[in-house]
Design a protein around this ligand. Structure first.
Ligand code: 13P
Length: 252
């Protein structure tokens, strides 16, 4: 049975103190009322060690938002997968459209990052999704498949068990414009079919595929109600504990 997950992506928000306050608030909320899904928070690098320590006895798992495409050495300003792992974080988000667009992360660079993350014992939340122009040209399936082929479909069946896919249509990220549950389900089912072609029907059935893009407490129940949508990767609505908890509660 595949896991249901609600994951937050804080992006470049929250000072260390603000991040600790948010993680503490969430920890207390979920200690009082157990979630019906796995809960992950993705934080900037500087928060990882502190937040992982803070959450070590809680149900909440911690993710980085990126890691380097090099193992170690003279790469000023970079943070390696091994360093991320050493903080206690379990996951890393890779392939986010903001990294692809603003930091020129190519499929080849992302492939190296995925390999290093897995080699260092991290699980990967791998993001894919089309732009508005691509959606208008009806290219969403081709784009998603190419992104999978470019960076993760070389993995072994054993490695694949540590991959979570996040479908995030770029036109829905931070825009308030959510994909309809039908639109999201259609492409999630297609992504699962692509996974089945490479790893077989059972592995595809076991793969968690998250939806991301203006997901909030009000639309999460409808999205998560679809058979191929296994949860969400949440940006804006993960920055306030009650909002994020509202999305987690969609699994109740
Ligand atoms: P929003 O929820 O703010 O649209 O962001 C989605 C996202 O990019 C999560 O990675």
């Amino acid at each position: 049975m595949r896991k249901k997950i609600v994951a937050g992506n804080w992006k470049m928000n929250k000072t260390l103190q603000e991040g600790v306050a948010l993680a503490t608030e969430l920890k207390n909320m979920l200690a009082a009322e157990k979630p019906n899904c796995e809960v992950i928070i993705g934080t900037p690098f500087i928060h990882l060690a502190t937040v992982s320590e803070l959450l070590k006895d809680s149900v909440i798992k911690v993710s980085a938002e990126n890691c380097a495409n090099k193992e170690s050495g003279a790469y000023t300003g970079e943070v390696s997968a091994a360093m991320v792992k050493s903080t206690g974080a379990e996951y890393v988000i890779l392939g986010h459209s903001e990294r692809r667009e603003y930091y020129n992360e190519t499929p080849e660079i992302l492939k190296d990052k995925v390999d290093l993350a897995l080699a260092n014992g991290l699980k990967v939340i791998f993001c894919i999704g089309e732009s508005l122009a691509q959606r208008e040209a009806n290219e969403q399936e081709a784009v998603c498949k190419a992104e999978l082929q470019g960076s993760v479909f070389h993995l072994s069946a054993e490695q694949w068990k540590n991959i979570v896919i996040a479908y995030e249509p770029i036109w829905a990220i931070g825009t308030g414009k959510t994909a309809t549950a039908e639109q999201a389900e259609e492409i999630h089912a297609y992504i699962r079919k692509c996974v089945a072609e490479v790893y077989g029907a059972q592995a595809a059935d076991d793969t968690t595929i998250l939806y991301g893009g203006s997901c909030k407490a009000s639309n999460a129940p409808e999205l998560f109600g679809k058979p191929d949508i296994d949860g969400g990767l949440i940006g804006g609505a993960s920055l306030k504990a009650p909002d994020f908890k509202g999305i987690i509660d969609a699994w109740k």
